[in-house]
Design a binder for this molecule. Structure first.
Ligand SMILES: CCCCC/C=C\C/C=C\CC/C=C/CC(=O)SCCNC(=O)CCNC(=O)[C@H](O)C(C)(C)COP(=O)(O)OP(=O)(O)OC[C@H]1O[C@@H](n2cnc3c(N)ncnc32)[C@H](O)[C@@H]1OP(=O)(O)O
Length: 179
């Protein structure tokens, strides 16, 4: 969902100051899901968009979820009126549970490769965004959820001892790549 005045969908990439990157086309090609896991509200008067993660139950980062996220970030990126992006969750108690472990369990190497590329695309798109990005972490945010918020320029987390954030996969001896 991309709730705004509708201008964006009618504009070509070249009518904007920002470059239209090809990854969004790749992401659009593989986005076969009809369910909406990302809701975007763009306030024209402030130039700030709020992106709500709404993939029940815990916003786990499946291929569909990552694809939809990337498409929406890219759309906002191409809109020269959008200067800021707030990323938050619609799910109670959870910002994001991280990578959807069912996407990597028992899957072919090709499918795992496709999924891993989508993970990279997600953090590169957020980390490299020319918008000011803020993660409003209103729930637990382990592992990939932590990664997603780390790629934003700023993080604000709800003050609740029940919510945790961090790279918990290190407890299993799995560490993030060194690059
Ligand atoms: C700045 C540049 C940096 C560049 C670095 C580049 C790359 C870095 C590379 C890697 C770093 C990132 C690595 C990521 C690895 C992962 O993300 S692996 C996934 C790890 N996630 C977890 O371990 C989370 C486990 N879940 C929880 O802790 C809890 O579920 C929760 C999120 C805290 C929520 O708790 P709550 O009690 O509310 O709910 P439930 O536990 O009952 O869960 C409900 C439901 O959801 C299912 N579920 C939970 N987590 C996941 C998940 N990750 N994937 C899929 N499904 C999940 C759970 O099984 C329940 O299902 P149900 O039983 O069918 O109801």
């Amino acid at each position: 969902m991309y709730a705004r005045s509708g201008l964006l969908s009618q504009r070509s990439c070249s009518s904007h100051g920002r470059e239209c990157a090809t990854p969004v086309l790749a992401a659009q090609r593989r986005n076969n899901s009809t369910a909406t896991k990302i809701a975007v509200e763009f306030d024209q008067s402030t130039g700030v968009a709020v992106m709500r993660l709404q993939g029940p139950p815990v916003n786990s980062l499946s291929l569909d979820f990552l694809t939809e996220l990337c498409i929406n970030v890219e759309k906002l990126e191409m809109d020269k009126n959008c200067r800021g992006l707030i990323l938050t969750s619609s799910q109670p108690k959870v910002f994001s549970a991280g990578l959807d472990i069912m996407e990597i369990y028992g899957k072919s190497p090709e499918r795992c490769g496709e999924f891993w590329r989508a993970v990279q695309e997600m953090w590169l798109k957020l980390y490299g965004s020319s918008m000011v990005t803020i993660a409003a972490i209103n729930g637990s945010s382990p592992a990939g959820g932590c990664l997603m918020s780390m790629t934003c320029d700023y993080r604000i987390m709800a003050d609740n001892p029940r919510y945790s954030i961090g790279l918990n996969e290190t407890q299993l001896g799995i560490v993030a790549p060194f690059w």
